[in-house]
Design a protein around this ligand. Structure first.
Ligand code: DAH
Length: 343
């Protein structure tokens, strides 16, 4: 019996030594130490032996079992280490290499050029104490016309062709409606601007769109004069174009201001010599504005004897076109990525 045990031990240890994979080791373990394994069988048979023999064989068997288990464990550690070494040798990556081709990188979008200029202008005005207001694109006739001193049947309504909804509201034709909302929620003195999308029922061409963007501005305080208006407009233009611009005021008619002006800038494309952008005049019409009409203040429950103000309505499309030399307003809403990628 002792010989059998020793042969089993020698053979098993040799098999363990020559095993090359963890799976082989496991096979050996099961064959010798498993439930139906060779050594297990011998240990189980101990009961049939004489007591003194049983003790001796039991002792040796347990020593051999411990021996084999140790050898299995050691070999397992060896094989695992070798496997990791092989993996490290084969599967390394060079983290200093460039990533996948740039075409595989997710493309990042960016702000539309109109949003860019809108946010810039918002920054300029908030730095001067103006608050940014919002208003709905579907407006009441009262906010868009009536409270701006444009009564029903007034010919000035013809200046702005309008989309009407079936319930008698309309798509706002200008951000001036935000002035009305501002006066309803603010008591003077106040300074507000209101950016937004506006709509006109118009056929389109290179300089006309049915949907475009404006920023409205309104300041109400004591003794506001044209000098205040010019001061703020010049700062605005200087910040936008990042240089001193020459301006001129011409009379302009808008029912909600008196006096009303068209503020022109010296053409930045040709420097005033005359070109296609300024239609050879040297001047570009950019910024309608004026002193708030007393009737508009009254509609807003503001006493024109005590308070006065200026207002302006800046077209953002035109401004972006001037800045980048864009020759057709229809590009903005075309959705053409070749256009948008340029900004
Ligand atoms: N709302 C006018 C338009 O869209 C622009 C305008 C003119 C706004 C004069 C003003 C202003 O605030 O004072 O044609």
């Amino acid at each position: 019996m002792k010989d059998t045990l020793e042969t089993l031990q020698t053979n098993t240890l040799a098999a363990i030594r020559s095993a090359t994979t963890a799976a082989e080791l496991e096979e050996i373990r099961i064959r010798v130490l498993g439930r139906k394994g060779e050594l297990t069988g011998i240990l189980r048979g101990l009961g049939g032996l004489a007591p003194e023999e049983r003790a001796a064989v039991g002792k040796i068997s347990n020593e051999i079992k411990a021996d084999i288990e140790t050898a299995l464990g050691a070999k397992k550690t060896d094989l695992d280490g070798a496997a990791i070494g092989a993996m490290l040798a084969e599967e390394w990556i060079d983290v200093s290499l460039a990533g996948p081709a740039s075409s595989k990188r997710p493309e990042r979008g960016h702000l539309h050029p109109i949003s860019q200029i809108q946010y810039e202008i918002e920054d300029i005005f908030t730095s001067m104490g103006f608050e940014i207001l919002d208003g709905p694109e579907v407006e009441t006739e009262y906010n868009n016309f009536e409270a701006l001193n444009i009564p029903d049947h007034h010919p000035a309504r013809d200046m702005q062709d309008t989309f009407w909804t079936e319930d008698g509201n309309l798509l706002r034709t200008h951000t001036s409606a935000i002035q009305v909302r501002g006066m309803a929620t603010h008591r003077p003195p106040f300074r507000v601007i209101g950016p937004g999308r506006v709509f006109r029922y118009e056929s389109t061409d290179a300089s006309h769109e049915n949907t475009f963007y404006q920023i409205e501005g309104m300041m109400v305080d004591r003794n506001i004069s044209v000098a205040n208006l010019i001061y703020f407009m010049k700062i605005l233009l200087k910040e936008i174009f990042r240089r001193e611009v020459t301006i001129r005021l011409r009379p302009g008619y808008f029912p909600f201001v008196e006096p009303g002006f068209e503020l022109d800038i010296h053409c930045l494309i040709c420097g005033g010599d005359g070109c296609s952008v300024c239609k050879q005049s040297g001047w570009v019409e950019l910024l309608p504005c004026g002193l708030v009409h007393p009737n508009v203040l009254r509609y807003g429950n503001i006493d024109p004897a005590e308070w006065s103000g200026f207002a302006f309505g800046l077209g953002l499309n035109r401004l972006v076109m001037m800045r980048y030399g864009i020759n057709d307003i229809r590009h903005f809403l075309s959705g053409d990525l070749r256009f948008l990628y340029q900004f």
